[in-house]
Structures are given as structure tokens and as C-alpha cells.
Design a protein around this ligand. Sequence first.
Ligand code: CAA
Length: 380
Amino acid sequence: MNFQLTEEQIMVRDTIRDFARTEIKPGVIERDEKAEFPKEVIKKLGELGFMGMQTPEQYGGSGLDTVSYTIALEEIARVDASTAVILSVNNSLFPNAILKFGTEYLKEKYLPQVGGLGKLGAYSLSEPQSGSDAKAMLTTATKDGDSYILNGTKNWVTNGISSDYVVVFAKTDKNAGHRGISAFVVEKGWAGFSTGKKEDKLGIRGSDTSELIFENCRVPAENLIGEEGQGFKIALATLDAGRIGIAAQALGIAQGALEKAIQYANEREQFNKKIGEFQGVSFKLADMATRVDAARLLVYRAAWMKDAGMNLGEKASMAKMFASDTAMYVTTEAVQIHGGYGYIREFEVERMMRDAKITQIYEGTNEIQRLVISRHLLSN
Ligand code: CAA
């Protein structure tokens, strides 16, 4: 077993670590306060090849392996979880649905655009009444000649406001259960497609999350991904890989908070000692670091499994669940170690704690991850 990173993975890590320190970190507190999308940062990340990391070079991507992608997201989330989730959706949920199931036409038309040519992708599955029970969606896509007419309201869409293209799931047959769901690429600007309310969130405030509204929106049939009725499988298969990105984001948040806690424990003095000299603090740090390391092993293994073409649903769910629970635990302890200073914006761990919470919820709540894992265990 080899735990060494390759030269390419180290190069990706060093490049993005440097970029995160010099370009992403400076505005992070302000973007969180103003709920401001990091437009310039995303543009530069596109120029550097970080918007189509795993997309093959023939479709304008960088053709990197999943471990490199995971490391890049981790490094970004270490300083800014909002930028990490924007990238996660654009690098994974949007392109993977097209790459794995779409026609050559869709690949050539959309992948280079979101892979560095300045456009942004989103993925829209959930609706106000259907979150965990994704197949209970109500949005419809009715065939009309060589188009489909979309009607319905989607919500919780990451990049909902800033995206140019969205992978949208809708029912083409209301009576066929999950086999009546189909997937489409829909472009912003098409008549009948509008963005609804931008959500005012607890964390990841630099990313935008919104509703999407379809009112008789005509989508050309050539924008159907895969076959009619294949949409639910496309959604779940795409989420299997997407969850590695959320796991990496959670890992990065945890790593960032751990570093802040160590730094503070080495600086802050009480009772004439550095607080890190008290076991009450140093043992906390030991537990935090151990959990971060365990999360990293699970996340990198899931990434490695994807590259090896293995069935990764169960292991991606384990990585996502454990890394996000670790992020919540580590950030909460980091705030505690900072005492009162942990509760104010300037010291950043309170933002990390707010950002961590969503990783236990989106791309499948951790209860859904437990469902996926336990079903796998019991079916073997
Ligand atoms: N890949 C491909 N197909 C799969 C699959 C997978 N991982 N898991 C199940 N399927 C197939 C099954 O084989 C079955 O197909 P057949 O009937 O043809 O055999 C079909 O899907 C239905 O499976 P189930 O009966 O198991 O479906 P279920 O509804 O009981 O359970 C679920 C599925 C695991 C609960 C699923 O609905 C789920 O993951 N829900 C959570 C949804 C989610 O993660 N939402 C997040 C939205 S994205 C987001 O967060 C926004 C963002 O921008 C970040």
C-alpha cells in the first residue's frame, strides 16, 4: 500500500495552496459578511485550469485524477469553504452527468465552456417538497415536437444565481415513479426560465443558493441527457462522485480550523502558561488531529476508488459522512479553544463552524448517507 502522493498531485497541491493563500484568503471575511460571490477568484481559477479539473483535455478540461481534485478542494476549503463548493458543483455534479451519460454534442457544447471559458454550471435535483426523497419531484418535462416544456420550481441550487447552465431533473412520465424522471441541460436566458429567491444562509455565504423557476420553458430535445426515464440513475450516480467533493470540502474546513486552534493554543497565555500546555486543550487538539487524519484517509480512498473505476457509492457516503461530522466536531472545538475570541468574526473559526454545518446536510444528509451505507451492508 502506497500513501505517497505522486509528483503531479504534489504540484497541484502546492499550486492551489499558494493561490488560496494569496488570492482567496484576502477577501474571505468580507465575502462572508456581504454574502458576495467570489467572481474574480473563480475567473482566475478558470484560467489556471481548476474549473474543469477532471474533465478530459479533449473537452477543455485539465484531465486530472480524482485524488488531485480532492486535494485541490481540500486546500481551497482550508481557507474558504464557499469557493470550494462553487468548484465542487462546477467540477463534478454538472460535468459528470454530461460526461458519463450525455451525447458528444452536449459534451462539446458545454464542457469546455464551464471548464475554463468563463461559464458556470449548476445541478438542480431538490424541490421544496422533495429533498431526501428526491424521486418525489413535481417538476414536469412534457414532450412537444422536438422539444420538452419544463414547468416547476426547484430549490437549494448551489450556483443557482451565478450559473449559466444547469443540469435539471424533471418528470417526463408522472406515472412511472423514478423511471419517469429525465435529465436536461438548460441554459439561463431561455424563455420561461428564471431564478427565484437567493437564500440568506448560516454559512457558505460567499456561494449563492437559490430557487429556479420553470414556466413553460422550452428545452430542445437534443439537451436531454441520456435517455428518457434514466434521470434518477443519472442523479444518483452523479451524486456518488459529488459526495467525494463535499467530503473534501469538509476535510479542508476541519484542517483549517485545526491549524487555527493549534496556532491559538501556542500563543494564548492564561495562568502564566500557554493554554496548549493544559491537558484540557492539548488532548482536544490530539483528538481533533486524529479525526482529521482518519477523515483524510477515507476521502482519499474514495477518490482513489473512483479513479480505479470501482463501485464507490458506499465508500463515498462513508467519506462524506465522517468528514462532515469531523468538520462539525473540529470547528466546534476550535471555537471552544479560542474562548470568547472564537465567537467573533475576526478569528475565523466561527465562520468555519457555520460553514461546516452544511456539509452534514447537502448532497444527501448524513442520515441519507447512513441509509446508503446500511443498505449496502445488508444487501451483501
Ligand atoms: N447509482 C445509480 N442508481 C442508483 C443508485 C446509485 N448510487 N442508488 C440507487 N439507484 C437506483 C436503484 O437501482 C433503483 O433503480 P431500479 O429500480 O431500476 O433498480 C432506483 O435508483 C431507486 O432506488 P431506491 O429504491 O433505492 O430509491 P430510494 O428513493 O429508496 O433511495 C436515496 C434513494 C438513496 C434515498 C436517494 O433518493 C438519495 O440519495 N436521496 C438524497 C438526495 C440528495 O442527495 N440530494 C442532494 C441534492 S444535490 C445538492 O445538495 C445541491 C447542491 O447544489 C450541492
